[in-house]
Design a protein. Structure first.
Lengths: 160, 277
């Protein structure tokens, strides 16, 4: 059973569907705190979630078979009105360690450039969300929702 | 209680596509839940998603056969409408009044389109499932969300500040810096954000009858998400004029990022730092 840890940004970046896939969110692990600045500077551009670092998630990581080996799955192409994208997710134990857009289709160049700008940030959001204390985010975007849906589907596949 | 339990709130999130968007449900685990979410949580969350699906079936304007779509076309009378449609139209009228006409369901796009409050209404209904089960958590669709109960202690203020203990730390997406937060605000019940984001103006000024957006990002916080949803739409269109009206509404607060990047807020808005403190 793979359960990837994804926290924060609930509006668009929260994942879970099958009972077997526990996506567990929460504040950063104790002792790992580094404030990322003031509001307005609250960008998720500070250190991306460090896989495997910090205290282990007691009672979860430890008991899970294969918790330390990396596994990957690719979500289906998710349509978001101006294009479609598909995300490949890599997990190690209960953490998401990698996110790659393996397919991006857009109708026109503007959408392509927009997506190119937005996607790296979405990846950082998901990774960093593993250690945030924000409960959720208000305000969603087309691209972010398609991205979240594809990540979710990939996680479902890993949990299947 | 393990160290891990002390360090972070045990909670579980579920997500699912709904209403042309992504719905997510966050549930704080019961104190005795052990290391994983109890199976009954799955049933609870199924109930939440079921309420969203039911509301979508009644209120979707994407589906030509939904009751609301049929009513808009004049194919059915209001008497024949399910409760959801009647209530949403009532809230739309209420919000039009509250916003000084900047939320005008009758003029948006030329025909009655209460979708500005429909999503909020649906999420509010779904959150009721958590409330009735006496559980704490968040129900969100596309970034408009309802918080139920008190936040986990780790997310609250130190107990010296009684009020903030009750507030959930919610990030407001930055209007043009993808992935960044414009601010972290304290929310007791509901928050809705309307904005231009990736795609330019899509809102219609009911007074001008054409697309207009004086705000880059418009956030409204308050006791009810249907009202907050409609007011956020109005705030995005009317900006400072609507902000002034919200200042006068009991229980509602607003946060505005204008098109030029300058910001304004109502006096009761609670801003937390980037760590949710």
């Amino acid at each position: 059973v793979v359960s990837a840890t994804v926290a924060g940004f609930a509006g668009v970046l929260a994942f879970r569907s099958h009972p077997a896939t526990t996506i567990d969110a929460g504040s950063r692990a104790a002792g790992q705190s580094t404030s990322s600045g003031r509001p307005g500077g609250a960008s998720p551009s500070s250190p991306v979630g460090r896989p495997g670092s910090g205290p282990s998630r007691a009672g979860r990581t430890g008991g899970s078979p294969g918790a330390s080996s990396a596994r990957s799955a690719t979500g289906p192409l998710e349509n978001y009105g101006y294009g479609a994208l598909s995300v490949r997710v890599t997990t190690r134990g209960r953490r998401i360690t990698g996110l790659t857009v393996v397919d991006l289709q857009t109708a026109e160049p503007y959408s392509a450039s927009l997506a190119a700008q937005v996607i790296p940030v979405l990846a950082r959001e998901v990774l960093r969300a593993q250690g945030t204390r924000i409960a959720a985010v208000s305000g969603a975007t087309y691209t972010s929702e398609a991205y979240a849906a594809s990540v979710q589907a990939a996680l479902d596949r890993l949990g299947a | 209680v393990t160290e891990t339990d002390a360090a972070r709130p045990p909670l579980t999130r579920w997500a699912r596509p709904v209403m042309g968007s992504v719905a997510s449900v966050l549930v704080i685990q019961a104190a005795d839940a052990g290391s994983g979410p109890p199976m009954e949580d799955d049933a609870l969350v199924e109930g939440v998603f079921a309420r969203l699906a039911a509301a979508e079936a009644d209120l979707s304007l994407w589906r030509p056969d939904s009751p609301l779509s049929r009513w808009r076309r004049g194919d059915a009378s209001l008497d024949a409408m399910p409760d959801a449609v009647v209530q949403v139209l009532r809230v739309a009228a209420e919000v039009r009044e509250m916003s000084g006409g900047f939320f005008d369901a009758d003029r948006l796009g030329g025909r009655t389109d209460p979708t500005g409050v429909a999503k909020g209404w649906a999420v509010e209904q779904a959150a009721e499932v958590l409330r009735r089960a006496h559980r704490r958590g968040i129900v969100a669709v596309g970034g408009d969300l309802v918080c139920v109960g008190r936040p986990p202690a780790r997310w609250g203020r130190p107990p010296t500040d009684d009020r903030r203990v009750e507030l959930w730390p919610i990030g407001v997406r930055h209007p043009w810096r993808p992935g960044a937060l414009a601010r972290v605000v304290g929310v007791e019940a509901a928050i809705a954000t309307s904005g231009v984001y990736e795609r330019g103006a899509h809102l219609v000024d009911p007074y001008l009858g054409q697309p207009a957006c004086r705000a880059a990002s418009a956030t409204v916080i308050g006791p009810r998400l249907d009202v907050a949803d409609g007011l956020a739409t109005a705030l995005a269109i009317g900006a400072d004029a609507v902000l002034a009206r919200i200042e006068g509404l009991a229980g509602y607060e607003a946060y505005l990022v204008r098109s030029d990047g300058s910001e304004a807020e109502t006096s009761g808005l609670v801003t937390l730092d980037a760590d949710g403190l």
